[in-house]
Design a protein around this ligand. Structure first.
Ligand SMILES: [Zn+2]
Ligand SMILES: [Zn+2]
Length: 280
């Protein structure tokens, strides 16, 4: 598979009409998670690594890719409400914000891809901006509930999702105490900190790397590309050119080698009669 290097033209990070201010709270949270995750070698055990891998998959593939992305944001399939809420709860455990915040930001990304004013993580502002800079210098219009909720109004109608949107971090604390009780500090370090930091970067690569490197199956107006290693790390979401070409399609991988692990779960749910109206 040949890869092309297609770098969006960089524009200045700070536009003349706006002043970006750092969020010290976000910098502290992201910074401390990274620092604590770096202590992993001193807490290693095979069971802790297994816990990290399991929760990476549960919160990443099931929570973010299936629930937040394909169900809530793109309505690519329907599952019973009780199941949807369980899956969305897994997404809230990924510590990537609540479901309304996530769906609203992602809707804006698709509606205004690579528009520096309207795409929360426009790749035209550079790799680091699209990867994590937009979280460290948050703009009110994307982070203030009253301003962003209209971009995910269907999600906002559910009272449980409104609760999750505010209190998703509470679930992480409960999970942390559960892991501490079951496996001690090594399970907490791996199951919460290592897993969360690694998953953050896997998800963020979908916003950054797949708008910089890879190949195209389809001619899109934006710079989205398919990147094999993000396809693997982000459970199918790295086939980003396929996805931007037709965002509602439930299956992100289109060619036989474009492995889409999240799609396999959708197939299982379909076989069990739990996934309906799967968009193909
Ligand atoms: Zn994109
Ligand atoms: Zn999408």
């Amino acid at each position: 598979m040949t890869q092309q290097l297609i770098a969006p033209q960089s524009q200045p990070l700070v536009q003349p009409e706006e002043k970006l201010k750092p969020s010290w709270l976000n910098i502290f949270i992201l910074g401390s998670f990274h620092l604590i995750a770096l202590s992993a070698p001193w807490f290693f055990s095979w069971s802790a690594l297994g816990v990290a891998v399991f929760f990476h998959w549960l919160t990443g593939s099931i929570g973010i890719c299936l629930a937040y992305h394909r169900i809530l944001t793109h309505h690519s399939l329907e599952v019973p409400k009780w199941l949807e809420r369980i899956l969305v709860t897994c997404g809230a455990l990924a510590l990537q914000g609540g479901p309304i915040f996530w769906a609203a930001g992602h809707n804006l990304h698709h509606a205004h891809t690579e528009d520096n004013d309207k795409d929360p993580h426009s790749a035209k502002r550079g790799f680091w901006w699209s990867h994590m800079g937009w979280l460290l210098y948050p703009q009110d219009k994307y982070f203030d509930y009253d301003q962003y909720k209209k971009y995910a109004s269907r999600v906002d109608r559910d009272p449980y999702y409104r609760w999750l949107n505010k209190y998703f971090a509470l679930l992480q604390v409960i999970l942390g105490f559960g892991l501490l009780a079951l496996g001690g500090w090594s399970w907490v370090i791996y199951g919460i900190f290592v897993r969360t930091v690694v998953l953050w970067h896997c998800t963020w690569c979908v916003n950054s790397a797949t708008h910089f490197w890879g190949y195209k199956n389809f001619e899109c107006e934006d710079g989205s590309l398919n990147l094999w290693w993000v396809g693997i790390l982000a459970y199918g979401e790295g086939w980003h050119n396929n996805h931007h070409f037709n965002p509602r399609v439930a299956k992100a991988g289109q060619r036989w080698w474009e492995i889409d692990v999240t799609w396999w779960v959708i197939k299982v749910l379909q076989a069990l009669g739990l996934a309906k109206k799967v968009v193909s």
